[in-house]
Design a protein around this ligand. Structure first.
Ligand SMILES: Cc1cc2nc3c(=O)[nH]c(=O)nc-3n(C[C@H](O)[C@H](O)[C@H](O)COP(=O)(O)OP(=O)(O)OC[C@H]3O[C@@H](n4cnc5c(N)ncnc54)[C@H](O)[C@@H]3O)c2cc1C
Length: 464
């Protein structure tokens, strides 16, 4: 018989192999910290899980002790969903192993791994999982919400490459979810976030990528931003899947590759990444610069792993952040007008508006095949991201994102990418998924987490 101790933290300690960190420990502040500096929460305990058994133990002890649970992988979620006041953080960061099978082109990845760890292991074999564009993002949260980045056009979302997942449920059971085993759970995990359990292991399909790729960053000042957008909206949908273009309203980096007179200036950039023939990529850059000459550019071959780290520094830990996302089928004149109107009034040089192009492999998956919070027709996901180096600018920048997204939403196609939403209130979540996906998610939730134990997320309450 298992004895239940009256102090839930003591019960947690007695059940776990990994450390349990509390406010009495010197590293408590480090352990509870998340990427978004605007979030400051004080959990009762941080359970540093090392094994699946530890995760089962933590879930069981928290449930028995009536403590709220949050689940932490890379701690990037802007809402701070991975840390909870007075509850237990089930921290997976030690469960970060990556095992690659180069013959089968698969990787088995711990539920707490970071994208950089995944890329490092897969790139040893010239392989990759399509994922995000900042290496300190967690595989866990990114995958469960969808996962988009430079490889989305070529190889789909991260979830489109998920083969199976090992999941610890609210009841403390360890399940294997795949197309054959618990297919409803497998469907829900591919877009439904952390609602259904704790994923301790993901298995992904890999694609040949790099190791060298072609990178071109071209930049226009604000005066020429609308002209560039009008050109880009014609160009981008026509490009082959092995050329990815991100369109980013940003300030020019304070970097040596930027001519001094342009450093820090606001404008629009195209980040063009070629995964195929270098000559075709060079011809594409030439076509762009001839059509709309940029203020400056930086083009170079680089390792794919370096591309995946290129944006780490501007997105380093300790930023104050607020995000919203909108899907747009086209960059219409109205969209360009809103951006031309609003971009000059953003105040933080780190705040950006980034279009991810989604088509080709992304659109080869049917709408209802996964629980992804977006339609699969070719489109752009536009991320409006307020990023501030300090708290002073934060509330003005947050209002900027809210205002711009309120203006763009009526021009979009509905829904929103949950991983691009800081707000987690019920109506935002329901709207992001759309009625059909939301209802189906709610019935999967009723089956696997009827008491809504896992609710620190973009929450889907159980149906009924
Ligand atoms: C700098 C930055 C860059 C980003 N770039 C991209 C990008 O290029 N593409 C993109 O698609 N998204 C991107 N995102 C968004 C990112 O996908 C989400 O913020 C995601 O939630 C981060 O996952 P995480 O594991 O780091 O976060 P965490 O805060 O640790 O986790 C977020 C939530 O996910 C759930 N969760 C995490 N791991 C598990 C697990 N193993 N099992 C069960 N539930 C789990 C939990 O509910 C948790 O609260 C970016 C975010 C940031 C801050």
């Amino acid at each position: 018989m298992v004895q239940i101790l009256s102090d839930p933290v003591e019960e947690l300690r007695s059940r776990m192999r990994g450390r349990v960190i509390t406010a009495d420990d010197a590293d408590y502040d480090d352990a509870r910290r998340v990427w978004n500096a605007a979030i400051d929460r004080r959990p009762k305990a941080v359970a540093m899980c090392e094994t699946v058994d530890d995760v089962v133990a933590a879930v069981t002890a928290a449930r028995n002790g009536g403590l709220e649970i949050s689940v932490r992988c890379g701690a990037h979620n802007m809402s701070g969903s991975s840390v909870v006041d007075d509850g237990v953080v089930i921290d997976l960061r030690r469960m970060n192993s990556v095992r690659v099978d180069p013959e089968a082109r698969t990787a088995v990845v711990g539920g707490g791994a970071l994208l950089g760890e995944l890329d490092a292991a897969t790139q040893e074999h010239g392989l990759a999982v399509p994922a995000g564009i900042v290496s300190h993002t967690g595989v866990g949260g990114l995958t469960l919400g969808g996962g988009m980045g430079h490889l989305s056009r070529l190889a789909g979302l991260t979830i489109d490459n998920l083969i199976r997942a090992q999941v610890v449920t609210a009841a403390g059971e360890v399940l294997r979810a795949s197309a054959e085993s618990h297919p409803d759970l497998f469907w829900g995990l591919r877009g439904g976030g952390g609602n259904f359990g704790i994923v301790t292991e993901f298995e992904f399909r890999l694609h040949p990528v790099g190791p060298m790729i072609q990178m071109g960053l071209l930049f226009w000042d604000l005066e020429h931003a609308s002209e560039m957008l009008r050109f880009a909206r014609e160009l981008v949908p026509t490009l082959p899947a092995d050329e990815n273009v991100m369109i980013v309203a940003m300030n020019a980096p304070l970097a040596p590759f930027v001519p001094q007179e342009h450093q820090g200036a606001p404008g629009q950039a195209l980040l063009v990444v070629g995964f195929g023939d270098p000559d075709e990529h060079a011809a594409l850059l030439e076509r762009i610069r001839k059509a709309v000459p940029p203020a400056w550019e930086f083009a170079t071959p680089m390792p794919y792993a370096a591309l995946q780290q290129m944006l780490d520094e501007p997105n380093e830990w300790g930023r104050y952040d607020y995000d919203r996302s909108v899907y747009l089928t086209e960059i219409t004149d109205e969209v360009i007008e809103v951006l031309a109107d609003e971009l000059p009034s953003k105040r933080s040089p780190l705040t950006i508006a980034a279009f991810y192009r989604l088509d080709h492999a992304y659109s080869a998956v049917a709408d209802g095949d996964t629980a992804f919070s977006g339609r699969r027709d070719p489109c752009y996901a536009l991320f409006l991201i307020a990023v501030c180096a300090n708290e002073e600018l934060y509330s003005a920048e947050r209002e900027w994102v809210q205002r711009v997204s309120d203006r763009l939403k009526p021009l979009g196609v509905g829904r929103a990418y949950v991983n691009g939403l800081t707000d987690t209130d019920a109506s935002t979540v329901a709207e992001a998924y759309g009625q059909a996906t939301y209802d189906r998610l709610a019935s999967v939730k009723r089956q696997y987490d009827p008491d809504n134990l896992f609710h620190r997320n973009h929450n889907i309450p159980p149906a009924g």
